[in-house]
Design a protein around this ligand. Structure first.
Ligand code: FMN
Ligand code: SF4
Ligand code: SF4
Length: 257
C-alpha cells in the first residue's frame, strides 16, 4: 500500500495542512521540491485501487506554484485508480488555482475526486502586509475546523466534494494575473540582504529551490518560485525585496520551525 501526499510550502502553512492530513490518513509526505531536485524526466508511482494521492500547495497569484504544475507534467501513475484530492492554502481566495491543477492532472491522465481551499495567514508581503495577530489566529482556528471536515471526506473516499473559495473575478485573476506573475513576478533581482545579515545561512537552507548561496551574505541565483521563505525565515529580518517589504511584518506557521 502506498498512499502519498505531495506538498509544496514556503512558510509552513501548506506543510502544516499536509502533516495534519497525513497523521490521520497515514499517508507518506513527499516534498515536490525534493523530488524535482532529482531532475528525472518522469516520476512514476504505483497505486492500488482507492489508495490516496494528495496534493497540498499554496496559491501564488491565483494559481498553483509553477513547480507543482511542472512536477505533475512528469507524474506517471500505474496500477489501480487512486483517490485523488487536493488542498490549496491561501490568504483570501484561490481564483481558479484548483481548475488549473485539474487541467494539469488531465494531461497526466488523472482527475480530482475532491478538492478544498483552506484560508491561512497571508504571506505575500511584496503586495500586502501580513495579517494582524488576531486575524492570523482566527484563520488558524478556522483552518483546524476545516481540516476535520477534509479528513472525514478523505477517510470516506467521498467523490465530488469541491469545497473551494474562488473569490471575485476568479477567471480574470487566474487567466490574466497568474501568467503575468509567472513571467515577470518571479525575478530574484530585487532581493538583497542588509547590513544586519550575520551570514548564518538559514535563507540558503530554507530555499526550496536551493537558489541561494552564501558568500558572506546571500547571493540569489535565477530560479525562484517567490515562496518568500527566505524573507520570512531570516532570523534577523535582513532580507528585503526592493522597498516593498521594508515596513512589512514576517510570518512562519507557528508549528513549523
Ligand atoms: C507569491 C505569493 C502569491 C500569493 N498569492 C495569493 C493569492 O493569489 N491569493 C491568496 O489568497 N493568497 C495568496 N498568497 C498567500 C499564500 O497563498 C498563503 O499565505 C499560503 O498559505 C502560504 O503557504 P505556505 O506557507 O505553505 O507557503 C500568496 C503568497 C505568495 C508568497
Ligand atoms: S538568513 Fe538572514 S542573517 Fe542568515 S544568511 Fe540569510 S540574510 Fe543573512
Ligand atoms: S529565493 Fe527566496 S523566494 Fe525564491 S524560491 Fe528561494 S526562498 Fe523562495
Amino acid at each position: 500500500m502506498i498512499s502519498l501526499i505531495f506538498y509544496f510550502s514556503g512558510t509552513g502553512n501548506s506543510l502544516y495542512v499536509a502533516k495534519k492530513i497525513s497523521e490521520i490518513q497515514g499517508e507518506r509526505l513527499i516534498s515536490v521540491a525534493g523530488e524535482m531536485e532529482r531532475k528525472d524526466t518522469v516520476f512514476e508511482y504505483e497505486f492500488s485501487e482507492k489508495e490516496l494521492l494528495g496534493f497540498v500547495f499554496p496559491v501564488y497569484a491565483w494559481g498553483p506554484p509553477r513547480i507543482v504544475i511542472d512536477f505533475i507534467s512528469k507524474l506517471r501513475v500505474s496500477g489501480g485508480k487512486p483517490y485523488v484530492f487536493s488542498v490549496c492554502t491561501c490568504g483570501d481566495d484561490e481564483g481558479y488555482a484548483t481548475r488549473m491543477l485539474q487541467k494539469a492532472f488531465a494531461k497526466a491522465g488523472l482527475s480530482l475526486d475532491s478538492a478544498f481551499t483552506v484560508i491561512m495567514p497571508n504571506t505575500y508581503i511584496i503586495g500586502f502586509d501580513v495579517d494582524s495577530k488576531d486575524v492570523a489566529s482566527e484563520k488558524l482556528r478556522r483552518a483546524e475546523e476545516k481540516l476535520q471536515t477534509i479528513n472525514t471526506v478523505i477517510s470516506d473516499r467521498e467523490r465530488g466534494v469541491f469545497d473551494l473559495i474562488p473569490g471575485r473575478l476568479s477567471g480574470l485573476k487566474s487567466a490574466i494575473v497568474n501568467p503575468l506573475f509567472n513571467r515577470f513576478g518571479r525575478s530574484t533581482k530585487r532581493f538583497y540582504a542588509t547590513g544586519e545579515c550575520t551570514g548564518c545561512g538559514t535563507c540558503a537552507t530554507v530555499c526550496p529551490l536551493h537558489t541561494i548561496t552564501i558568500k558572506g551574505k546571500p547571493v540569489w541565483g535565477k530560479s525562484c518560485t517567490q515562496c518568500l521563505a527566505c524573507i520570512h525565515r531570516c532570523p534577523v529580518r535582513a532580507i528585503q525585496y526592493g522597498k516593498a517589504t521594508v515596513r512589512k511584518g514576517r510570518y512562519v506557521h507557528p508549528d513549523i520551525i
